[in-house]
Write a protein of this length. Structure first.
Length: 773
């Protein structure tokens, strides 16, 4: 943010491949046969560059760069185009150790603007024209009335200008569905959706939430919440998409697209540096510029590229200045990321009139303490220009026009019934997909071959659906785990239950049962961070007491994020049920009894110790000293073993990865990482292969970063060919001295696996980057 030279000036010397055995292809019209021979480094590099320039010069060229195999299996994956050809020339695929010879790409002449994700400007041209025509006709007082909140039946409201057909704006939370109103669906929390790693599902969920908002008469949904789970105990992590900027960006794109498909404006919040609740209205987040651009802006960049209509600035300060009056941050958003919509303040986060308006705040919420009479006076005095006021209004009207609110204004009402059978089915599907199996020994799960089951813990009968604060949804009902388990178990299994927190009571029923299920809940809310990741003495003692008398003890945790598990070695299985919404019990029972194989993957790391990752900072300054090393990246850098790693999640079946190849896609700059995943077990299952990139050392990145993922459903014995696209943007780093992104030259390792710590395949790629080295 602070402009200036970086202390961590990168120098990325181009690495030369070392001599070694190399597969060399003879190719004719896209068909290659491979042999192997000893190559000198010079020959390899020359061949790499020759090949690379062929690739770069020929936009429609497709070819295999490494590890090519002919696979007749089914192709799966985001943008799996199947457009890659079979031309190849070197090895370097699965199992290669070291960063020796590998294929190369030359991106040195790449236009750096392509390293940023952007909305196509053509998408806003018409809306701009419509907004401009309206701004010209608005009186000064009408313009002023559009830039602050007013009274209304919703969480926020802005008056309309009926004479010009500008509808009133109605604003409502939030990230987990419609809040404060009845007859809505209580969907799972965003952290549960993040655990699905499922873009398509997130888009459907966004669309369903948007549809409910629209039915309720809402024009602007105050979601998605895209701050990152930097602090495992942060109170709003349940509203987030987890700790990884890439995962969050991908799901943000899907959520925004879904919400806005219903003619509801989405709001990306909270911009920026709002990663904890402790002292959130006074604390100042100190984030170095590179980290800000690479980590914390990334989800907002994705929201903007997806066409998000509004951004909410946060309560906290950034580098000493309130986020809602931060000229640099707001310029980074509008000019840097190309945001054409409007910035509204969080509720009560406006602290000035003139400074905030001139810094880039476009709308005060929820009232007019600063943007009412004060702004009117300022415009009269010229301390805020009318041009700036026009810009504020134009931004609001541009988003309204682009999302279609002029031709199709919201007509719903707060009392309308918004939920539906389809939405409840989607809520169940999402909750089921999110269930994350962390441990499963001795076939503890699924629950088969039982005659009796002890169900223990308050959260089994008084179920948790979601978190607290502005995202809390009024649940019409919550299916309790106990109720659903009894239903599913039928008469064949005797189910006994206690909600007593007393360890002896729990042990008494556990001792007599074939298996014991302990269901525990961890509450979390906006406004305060969790005091600790520890479940507390009483809950831990309860699990220990049950495990001591029953060797098939299964723990289910409804938690917004990481918790410590001092009893882990003594239990057979652990399931994270997140905040699953109203269909809690049905989703859980389906997974516990094996009707569905668990598919969730951790969107946050579970550290072994509370101090391995940042704690909420209670000083005036919240220092993001870990820089780029958020979440698993920090654990990787420090060589700390997590309790459970980012991306981890088991299934009832097993998967094998094989045959990784690196291909050049049809587009000259896009690569495709292709590999096979086989279901080697006896049940159906879904695997989420993840792609991690390891930069050359000189890039000074964390050891590895997520840069792709897919989801494959497999019947027993089935193999799918998975294709994960990889373009220059995935290789970028931010250089503060140039205030721009670069692709560092050097040799990268591309790794694919089942979690950030379970990497099964790898290859290397030499990149001639944009850094001129
Ligand atoms: C929260 C926002 C929310 C707003 C309106 C604030 O306290 O931080 O996320 O949208 O209230 O309810």
């Amino acid at each position: 943010m602070a402009r200036g030279r970086s202390k961590r000036r990168r120098q990325a010397p181009r690495r030369r491949p070392t001599p070694g055995r190399s597969f060399v292809a003879t190719c004719d019209r896209g068909r290659c046969s491979r042999g192997s021979r000893w190559e000198s480094p010079a020959t390899i590099l020359a061949a790499s560059l020759r090949f690379a320039s062929l690739v770069v010069l020929s936009p429609s060229f497709g070819g295999c760069l490494a590890g090519c195999t002919d696979s007749g299996s089914h192709e799966e994956g985001p943008n799996a185009t199947g457009g890659a050809g079979t031309l190849g020339y070197t090895g370097g695929a699965a199992g290669n150790a070291g960063r020796a010879a590998g294929p190369a790409v030359d991106w040195s002449s790449l236009d750096r603007s392509t390293l940023r994700a952007r909305l196509d400007p053509a998408d806003v041209t018409m809306a701009h024209q419509q907004a401009d025509a309206l701004v010209e006709q608005l009186t000064l007082s009408e313009k002023l009335s559009l830039v602050h909140g007013a009274e209304g039946d919703y969480v926020g409201a802005v008056v309309g200008v009926p004479r010009l057909g500008i509808p009133a704006l109605t604003l409502q939370d939030g990230p987990a569905g419609v809040t404060q109103l009845d007859d809505v669906t209580a969907f799972p929390a965003p952290i549960a959706l993040a655990a699905t790693f499922d873009r398509e599902l997130v888009e459907l969920w966004g669309a369903a939430m948007g549809r409910e908002q629209r039915t309720k008469g809402v024009a602007v949904q105050l979601a998605p919440m895209i701050n990152l789970a930097r602090v495992p105990a942060a109170g709003r992590n349940f509203e987030s998409f987890g700790e990884d900027p890439y995962l969050c960006a991908e799901l943000t794109r899907a959520a925004v697209t879904g919400i806005q498909s219903q003619r509801v404006i989405a709001t990306a919040k909270h911009f920026v540096g709002n990663e904890q609740e402790t002292d959130r209205t006074t604390g100042s987040s100190e984030i170095d510029e590179r980290t800000l651009h690479e980590i914390y802006y990334a989800p907002f960049e994705a929201a903007v590229a997806a066409g998000v209509g509004a951004v909410m600035c946060s309560y906290n300060r950034v580098g000493g200045t309130y986020a809602c009056e931060h000229p640099t941050a707001l310029a980074d958003l509008k000019e840097g990321l190309g945001f054409s919509g409007w910035v509204m303040s969080d509720w009560g986060a406006t602290h000035s009139g003139v400074e905030a308006a001139n810094a880039g705040l476009d709308m005060e919420m929820p009232g007019s303490a600063w943007f009412g009479a004060e702004l009117e006076t300022a415009v009269g005095l010229g301390t805020v220009s009318e041009t700036r006021l026009d810009d504020m209004v134009r931004r609001i009207l541009t988003s309204a026009a682009r999302i279609g609110l002029f031709e199709d204004p919201p007509v719903g009402s707060p009392s309308a019934v918004a939920t539906s059978v389809e939405h409840v089915a989607l809520a169940l599907r999402a909750a089921t997909s999110s269930m994350t199996l962390l441990k499963n020994e001795s076939g503890a799960l699924p629950l088969e071959g039982l005659r009796s089951l002890a169900v223990i813990g308050a959260a089994a009968s008084a179920p948790i659906a979601g978190g607290g604060g502005s995202a809390a949804v009024r649940v019409p009902y919550v299916v309790a785990p106990l109720q659903a388990i009894e239903q599913r178990a039928g008469t064949a299994v005797t189910v006994v239950h206690t909600s007593s927190p007393i360890a002896d009571d729990a042990a008494a029923i556990a001792a007599a049962a074939d298996a014991a299920l302990v269901v525990l809940g961890v509450e979390s809310s906006e406004g305060l961070d969790r005091p600790s990741l520890d479940l507390g003495d009483s809950a831990n003692a309860l699990v220990d007491a049950v495990a001591a008398v029953n060797s098939r003890t299964i723990v289910v945790l409804h938690t917004p994020g990481a918790v410590l598990m001092p009893w882990l070695e003594r239990v057979s299985a652990v399931v994270i049920g997140w905040y699953p919404g109203q269909e809690n019990g049905h989703a859980l029972a389906s997974v516990l009894f094996g009707d569905t194989s668990p598919t969730g993957k951790l969107p946050v790391s579970f550290p072994a110790s509370e101090s391995d990752l940042p704690l909420p900072d209670s000083s005036a300054t919240v220092s993001y000293t870990e820089g780029l090393e958020i979440g698993y990246r920090r654990l990787d850098t420090r060589g700390l073993a997590p309790l459970f790693s980012f991306g981890h999640g088991l299934s009832y079946t097993t998967f094998e990865y094989s045959d990784l190849s690196l291909n050049q896609a049809d587009s000259a700059q896009q690569l495709q990482v292709a590999f096979d995943v086989t279901n080697t077990g006896a049940r159906e299952g879904t695997e989420t292969p993840q792609l991690y990139l390891e930069y050359p050392d000189a890039a000074e990145e964390p050891p590895r970063v997520l840069r792709g993922f897919s989801r494959v459903e497999l019947a027993p014995g089935d193999t799918r060919h998975v294709v994960i696209p990889l373009g220059p943007r995935e290789f970028r780093v931010y250089d503060p001295s140039q205030q721009d992104f670069d692709v560092p030259s050097g040799t990268y390792r591309i790794r694919v696996g089942s979690s950030s710590r379970d990497l099964r395949l790898e290859t290397v790629l030499t990149v001639v980057g944009t850094d001129g080295s």
